[in-house]
Ligand binder design. Structure first.
Ligand code: RP5
Length: 158
């Protein structure tokens, strides 16, 4: 089935779902067309390829990929496209996410993954919005409003 996709989100396991929820919520709040899938670079490599190809055919502009442990999902997706890939290392595994952080960030020269913090789903969504915002002034405007609102929350915290 064909549907316009702006951001393709892929996570390595259903068990990762709560860790990506904040990204899905924020992108939805901004009215972004997202597609969300679970697929593993190790357990379902062909399915990862299928998702990437389908997203490209449907106009995707940014990928967000998240996995724990040996997060090869982000690098694998990055190897299949020249579109930006934002990788989220998930907590768990060795030193609660250090393994996934290194697996995500330590890409060899030539195939970058824009890596956010361990469990940094919200920043992954914000970075995706900033990328989409380059060509879309409405998104930029909403991002400025979002920053102001967040700043107000801090100022009013006490
Ligand atoms: C990774 O292994 C997944 O992204 C998940 O974070 C971790 C454990 O996966 P499950 O055994 O819960 O499916 O590939």
């Amino acid at each position: 089935m064909t549907k316009k996709i702006d951001v393709q989100i892929i996570i390595g396991s259903k068990s990762d779902e709560p860790k990506v929820k904040s990204a899905i919520d924020l992108l939805s709040e901004f009215g972004i067309n997202i597609d969300f899938k679970v697929a593993s670079a190790h357990r379902t490599p062909e399915y990862v390829t299928e998702i990437v190809d389908n997203a490209i055919n449907n106009g995707v502009k940014v990928f967000i990929t998240g996995a724990g442990m040996a997060n090869h999902l982000s690098g694998t997706v990055a190897s299949k496209t020249v579109l930006p890939v934002i990788g989220i290392p998930f907590s768990g595994g060795v030193s609660d996410g250090m393994d996934a952080l290194l697996a995500t960030v330590q890409m060899p020269p030539g195939v970058p993954v824009a890596t956010v913090a361990v469990d940094g789903a919200k920043n992954a969504a914000l970075l995706a919005l900033q990328i989409l915002g380059i060509e879309n002034k409405d998104i930029q405007k909403k991002l400025v409003e979002y920053r102001h609102k967040e700043a107000e929350k801090i100022k009013n915290a006490i």
